[in-house]
Design a protein around this ligand. Structure first.
Ligand SMILES: Nc1ncnc2c1ncn2[C@@H]1O[C@H](COP(=O)(O)OP(=O)(O)O)[C@@H](O)[C@H]1O
Ligand SMILES: [Mg+2]
Length: 359
């Protein structure tokens, strides 16, 4: 795609100078674009939405625009920005290229971004940003949002679907994965807890981000304070437990998601303490008692759910997650199961930590 041509369709200030590729991020294709604006150089982020993952990018952009407008309208929020997308010449927040790809653009911030942080201050700030984002959206009617990936965190459906795959899977992969299959099926009851509470109407649907990894927060370079929550592609109706649980799973694990030395795979309580402290800074004011009771357990549930997804993809012959080595999805499933086992031994302590920061 000709980036210069594409930029002509956006209402950018200034004249196109050059662009660079941004290599962080997992889903979309991202560029940094430089424009000459008088004697100043302006920078923008230009992004092609991955249409293999998101079949209706216009719905994603509608969700994002609506949520941003709500935050702007309802709150004076000085310590967390909203990323506004730049309009095309017809006023829409995207440009569609000749191949039908959706592109969007926003201001590029000279920021820091971390894939797997070990700085505890950064971890607390990541928690603060995601928790504050949810706090700012309190009162937004989540049913107004398009559900862009149906049943994304429906753990019960995910595990039922895994069971179907197991039933029809044949051959070596099923034999090799027997231990992992047993672990997930033996623990599914515990993993259905959030679904049951939701069915019974005991916990509320909120607006959730659904991809609460640290690299979806940008930080000021000088102070390492969180600037903005980014990557709002998966905002949908969901449970507070999804964002908190999945964020803690990814940010408080001591290893990458494909660590093969399982003795290294641990859930770090020091990180969890700081992540929780940040997360509940604002949110504690609005969570219900029933929601609060689900939070520590949600870390286990989100971890088991991901293990089930990796395992299912392994049994299906690696059709969803990109694999970079032999048995990659099985390795990933094993790693998440090892994390599950460690989390279970720490659940009492995790509940204590959560309760302390909810006071
Ligand atoms: N407005 C921005 N300013 C500076 N960097 C950004 C901005 N938005 C995104 N980034 C960087 O680009 C990366 C990818 O963007 P993101 O929207 O998270 O895409 P993906 O869906 O591919 O993860 C981020 O992890 C961050 O490092
Ligand atoms: Mg991202």
């Amino acid at each position: 795609m000709d980036i210069f041509e594409l930029c002509q369709d956006f209402c950018f200030d200034g004249e196109f100078l050059r662009y660079e590729i941004v290599t962080t991020g997992n889903i979309n294709t991202t560029y940094k674009v430089f424009m000459q604006c008088g004697d100043k150089e302006e920078r923008y982020l230009l992004q092609k939405i991955n249409k293999n993952v998101f079949s209706h990018p216009e719905k994603i952009m509608e969700n994002i625009t609506s949520v941003n407008a709500y935050i702007d309208h309802r709150h004076k929020c000085e310590d967390l920005f909203v990323l506004h997308f730049i309009s095309n010449k017809s006023g829409e927040p995207y440009v569609i290229d000749k191949d039908g790809n959706f592109w969007r653009a926003c201001k590029f911030f000279d920021c820091a971004c971390f894939d797997s942080p070990d700085n505890l201050d950064v971890i607390e700030e990541a928690g603060r940003a995601f928790g504050q984002f949810q706090y700012l959206l309190n009162g937004y009617d989540a049913s107004r949002l398009h559900v862009t990936i149906p049943n994304f965190h429906d753990t019960r459906k995910r595990i039922l679907s895994l069971e179907k795959t197991i039933k029809y899977a044949s051959g070596d992969r099923k034999t090799v994965a027997q231990e992992e299959i047993s672990y997930i099926l033996d623990n599914k009851k515990l993993a259905f807890k959030l679904c049951e509470l939701l069915d019974e109407g005991k916990i509320p649907l909120r607006v959730t981000h659904n991809d609460t990894k640290c690299n979806n927060v940008i930080f000021r370079k000088d102070t390492l304070k969180a600037l903005a929550v980014i990557d709002l592609d998966t905002i949908m109706p969901g449970l507070c437990a999804y964002d908190f649980g999945d964020g803690a799973r990814s940010i408080c694990s001591t290893t990458d998601e494909d660590e093969q030395d399982l003795s290294l795979v641990k859930f770090d309580l020091e990180r969890f303490e700081r992540f929780s402290k940040g997360y509940f800074k604002y949110l504690k004011e609005i969570l219900t008692d029933e929601e609060k009771d689900t939070l520590a357990l949600s870390v286990y549930i989100m971890t088991l759910e991901l293990a089930a997804r990796f395992l299912q993809d392994y049994l299906n012959g690696d059709v969803y997650f990109k694999v970079r080595m032999k048995n990659h999805n099985l390795i990933r499933a094993r790693c998440q199961i090892a994390l599950c086992k460690d989390i279970l031994t720490k659940l009492d302590k995790m509940n204590e930590i959560v309760n302390k920061h909810l006071q």
